[in-house]
Design a protein around this ligand. Structure first.
Ligand SMILES: [Zn+2]
Length: 109
């Protein structure tokens, strides 16, 4: 069994580009595992066509996918994006912060 570097519901931080330093919860990992949708990060404005729901048309903001290479897992102890190591814990492979040793799945059954 492999373990993904970043998974759904992880809290991540963007590390490059105009969104650097913004953090949020992973809402969705895209099917190719190369990018993710992160809540409140990388918002793009979308123009809405006039429709029944939006008779005046309008602008909505929506999260755009972020390449995995631009986000890192946010360590609650280090308070920054960190690299993780995989360690065996209770017969499960879990992720550990390489800086402080925080276990990301330590409290999850
Ligand atoms: Zn840490």
């Amino acid at each position: 069994m492999s373990i993904q570097r970043i998974k759904k519901n992880d809290v991540v931080i963007a590390v490059s580009g105009s969104i650097a330093g913004k953090s949020g919860k992973v809402m969705q990992i895209l099917a190719d595992h190369k990018s993710a949708i992160v809540e409140g990060v990388n918002m793009v404005k979308k123009c809405l066509r006039k429709s029944q729901d939006h008779p005046q048309g309008g602008i909505s903001e929506k999260e755009a996918a972020i390449p995995m290479s631009r986000i890192m897992l946010l360590c609650p102890t280090c308070k920054k994006g960190v690299r993780t190591a995989r360690v065996k814990h209770n017969d499960q492979m879990i992720r550990k912060c390489k800086r402080c040793g925080f276990l990301f799945e330590g409290s999850v059954k």
